[in-house]
Design a protein around this ligand. Structure first.
Ligand code: 0A1
Ligand code: ZN
Length: 876
């Protein structure tokens, strides 16, 4: 077998044939589903007369093939494992085929598969080729008519995209429903669901007065977990009308929850399919974070109806065209619906930890990659989150009004088409007159740009000189980097007044908060009439996805923490201050020197705790130390034990110094109001729970009592899970064990709660976790075939830094074992699971060696193209 080969963006060719209309009939059966396809096909006007028709098809058994009604024999076509090729076809014709597939043995969860007995599909990116022979590429768009035939008792509900147009009973207890989708779509947006589902229904009146039926389909026992998703959907529909002028375009919008799903959810036209974890919530079973996640994902998939479906991608290299824009849209929606500063802090905090790590690792790629082996490996933080940051920069460069005009133009001009990133950015340039040529480099250059900033105050001339120097480190395949256009939002905060000073540059008044544009490798910006010595506040609101270095003193940071007018940078100043202290402690730990807590950090926290910050959710974020993963990203070589020890030391020192303040915060924020996922309640709970975590870090007697009481009160899952986590992560096994057991028994019937039960246990810092993971993998609630279970148990374990990186290498070996097993069952999940091993270069030599050994071991297996691509890059 030869190694899988990459495809290149530069090889893109428009399709020779278009499918204008697609008719499908599914006769469902777990092991032998029959799929009949009737495709109306036309040769593209620019294609040559003798262009062959090439259709994709994998894991299909071809039963029949006919062209314009005449059966084709094996002499008329060529078939291999991936394609069906017909050499000689007319300019316009009808191709009919019939294939057989086996949904019950489809463990990859791509194409048509079964989840809990229910049939469902996942076609993005290239799953449709596992359903029927078809030009499986997003620039082939057709209207669809789909008939689904199922068993009336086991599949009373038969769904597909669009509107139902016919239904009826058939022989042998079978029945059918026919669906029509009038909007031409690429096949990756096709969906079918069949099973014993129950619906919750609502209505929405669009801005032009059309009535839309909204349906949420779930298994019967989950009917009480749908309210929040439905409310989120309606909010998202209103928001998209008001913010982007986008109206829904069918009479029916459906969401279905399935238990086995590789990703969060999928934006299939009119029939979104969701991982049950991304849609089901109840105060007793889901945390605040889960409620917010559901709201964001429901909105994300809904927003795709325009940014993705009405206007789609020409090819998969353009994936960020729909994903970056849609993530930006859902981030803004969540910011408008909840606390905007907290949303930004959480998004950036995650971004700087996880996307920066991706950009610094062997799988780093540009937002628009120029080649790939397996597209499912490119549903990454770079495509999604960095893509969203780039769209955000565009919004900031143009201002909202021009950005909105650009968006209107984009939707109007390209409606019903499959387009490129140039088309999107071109609309933005056209409406605003902005020169975005250099800006386009953000799409083609991988790696995180770093800015080294230096500032100097010239008393004599009342000037502030700010020098910014940019560099982007080399990434695989891209040794040299060009300078990017980086918008740096900033202010100068006067050290006497504590206020933002007016900014004047080249005689021009810029206000007190301005954007300067770094375009060269190095530029000096001179601010005049600066009346007092300032501390610069740079990259406000994280105005560009870069690392910014400035030699702030701890005094500067403590000053910004309380005086910066930008909420995001106030939080960031706190993080930077904590990082300086953590760096010292990491060094102390490594050198075996006694650790001493920096009193300036304690005092800064005291100031935070005793007033000042009125937004409780922001305060909770400010009191949260950088995560071990984030700290690790800042180190030249990651020393997992030193990082853990240093962070624990800071947590405990703060808890001891500020114990009474934390207890007061806790008591001030306990509430027995009925649970609601409102921003106010969420803020209160998060602040209270941060305080409890500090108290539990020193196993304070009163803290322990509060924690036990919080668990026992059983008020809502946020509080219960937090209390249980703190108990399990403490050394008080006498308290943790019974709580864990009670929780496990109470929720044994609920897979989403059991996921949490697994995660809580395998994220504890005590060094017994590996054995627990092995034990829990045998638990009846665990299944290696269910991606949520794998993520909750094995994925979570690999994030447990001290345990996964054990020096006997057993953590790495366990992960490799699971990857090897999943490589056969579900290559997409297997490839994602390897990620932590791919980062081996960041660790000490001993661990590097151990991690590489496991990658080599995986490499010796017969590999799926997904796993092959990742392992190959990791060992390159
Ligand atoms: N387009 C979806 C995510 C998605 C991508 C790939 C999938 O299977 C390989 C499934 C879902 C979204 O952005 O939500
Ligand atoms: Zn998406």
């Amino acid at each position: 077998m030869s190694d899988p080969q990459p495809v290149y963006l530069s090889d893109y060719q428009p399709p020779n044939y278009q499918v204008t209309h697609t008719e499908l009939t599914f006769d469902l059966d777990p092991t032998a589903t029959r799929v009949k396809a009737r495709l109306m096909i036309e040769r593209h006007s620019e294609a040559s007369d003798d262009a062959p028709l090439v259709l994709n098809g994998e894991h299909l058994t071809l039963l029949k093939l006919a062209l314009d009604g005449s059966p084709l024999t094996e002499a008329d076509y060529r078939l291999n494992d991936e394609t069906l090729r017909i050499e000689d076809v007319p300019a316009a014709f009808i191709l009919e085929s019939e294939v057989e597939i086996a949904p019950s043995s489809n463990t990859a969860l791509e194409g048509l598969y079964q989840s809990n007995g229910m049939y469902c599909t996942q076609c993005e990116a290239e799953g449709f080729r596992r359903i029927t022979y078809y030009p499986d590429r997003p620039d082939v768009m057709a209207t669809f008519k789909v008939t689904v035939i199922g068993n009336a008792t086991s599949e009373p509900v038969l769904l597909a995209n669009g509107n139902p147009v016919a239904q009826g009973a058939l022989e042998n207890g079978r029945h059918f429903v026919t669906w029509e989708d009038p909007h031409p779509k690429p096949c990756y947006l096709f969906a079918l669901v069949a099973g014993d589902l129950h619906k919750v229904e609502d209505r929405f009146t669009t801005m032009s007065g059309r009535q839309v039926a909204l349906q949420l389909w779930v298994e019967q026992e989950n009917l009480d977990k749908t309210e929040h998703a439905m409310a989120s959907l309606k909010r998202a529909m209103v928001w998209d009308e008001q913010t982007y002028g986008r109206e829904y375009d069918l009479d029916l919008f459906m969401i279905v929850a399935v238990n086995d799903f590789n990703m969060g959810a999928m934006e299939n036209k009119g029939l979104n399919i969701f991982n049950s974890a991304a849609v089901l919530t109840h105060s007793n079973t889901a945390t605040d974070a889960a409620f917010q996640n559901v709201e964001g994902i429901v909105a994300h998939e809904y927003f795709h109806n325009w940014s993705g479906n009405r206007v789609t991608c020409r090819d998969w290299f353009q994936l960020s065209l729909k994903e970056g824009f849609t993530v930006f849209r859902d981030q803004c929606f969540s910011a408008d619906t909840n606390s905007a500063p907290v949303k930004r802090i959480q998004d950036v905090s995650f971004f700087r930890t996880a996307q920066f790590a991706e950009d610094a690792g062997p799988t780093a790629h540009p937002i628009r990659p120029d080649h790939f082996i397996e597209i499912t490996n490119f549903y990454t933080l770079t495509i999604y989150e960095k893509g969203a940051e780039v769209v955000r920069m565009l919004r900031n460069l143009l201002g909202w009004e021009d950005f909105r005009r650009g968006s209107d133009l984009y939707f109007e001009r390209f409606d019903g088409q499959a387009v490129t990133i140039e088309d999107f950015v071109g609309c933005m340039a056209e409406v605003s007159g902005a020169d975005l040529e250099q800006f386009m480099r953000w799409y083609s250059q991988a790696g995180t740009p770093e800015i080294d900033a230096r500032g100097e105050y010239d008393y004599a001339h009342a000037e502030y000189h700010l020098t910014l120097r940019q560099r982007t480190p080399a990434t695989p395949g891209q040794p040299d980097k060009l300078p990017l256009h980086i918008p740096v939002r900033m202010g100068l905060v006067g050290t006497k007044s504590g206020k933002d000073l007016p900014l004047t540059m080249n005689g021009e008044t810029l206000g007190k908060d301005a954007v300067i544009h770094l375009r060269e490798y190095e530029q000096t910006f001179i601010f005049t009439d600066v009346a007092e010595a300032p501390v610069p506040s740079l990259l406000r609101d994280f105005s560009a996805p870069v690392k910014l270095h400035f030699p702030y003193s701890r005094e500067d940071l403590a000053f910004l923490l309380t005086h910066d007018s930008d909420g995001f940078n106030r939080w960031d100043a706190g993080q930077r201050l904590a990082m300086l202290a953590l760096d010292d402690l990491i060094a102390a730990h490594r050198n075996g020197v006694e650790k001493v807590m920096d009193s300036r950090v304690v005092e800064a926290f005291r100031t935070l705790l005793t007033g000042q910050v009125s937004d409780k959710a922001v305060l909770a974020e400010m009191l949260t130390l950088p995560s071990e993963a984030y700290i690790a990203e800042q180190q030249p070589i990651i020393d997992v034990d030193a990082i853990h020890a240093a962070r624990e030391f800071v947590r405990q020192s703060l808890a001891m110094a500020l114990r009474d303040e934390f207890i007061a915060i806790y008591n001030d924020n306990v509430s027995d109001e009925p649970y609601a996922p409102t921003p106010e309640q969420i803020a209160q709970r998060s602040l209270k729970n941060v305080a409890l975590a500090y108290l539990m870090s020193i196993e304070d007697e009163q803290g322990l009592a509060l924690c036990e009481a919080q668990f026992a009160a059983d008020h809502n899952m946020t509080d219960v899970r937090h209390a249980l986590t703190l108990l399990v992560h403490s050394d008080r096994d006498d308290l943790a064990s019974p709580a864990l057991k009670a929780f496990g028994q109470k929720w044994a019937h609920d897979p989403l709660v059991m996921d949490q039960w697994f995660t809580i246990q395998v994220t504890r810092p005590q060094l017994d976790v590996l054995e627990r993971v092995e034990y829990l993998m045998q638990h009846p609630a665990f299944s290696i075939k269910n991606p949520n279970k794998v993520r909750a148990l094995v994925g979570a374990f690999a994030q447990n830094r001290v345990n996964f990186h054990r020096l006997d290498g057993k953590g790495y070996a366990l992960l490799a074992d699971v990857v090897i097993e999943l490589n056969r069952l579900n290559p997409e999940i297997a490839a994602r699971l390897i990620t932590p091993l791919t980062r081996w270069q960041r660790f000490d030599e001993e661990r590097q060696q151990l991690m590489r050994e496991q990658l080599e071991r995986i490499k010796r297996e017969p590999l799926s193209s997904n796993v092959f691509e990742v392992v190959e890059k990791a060992l390159a």
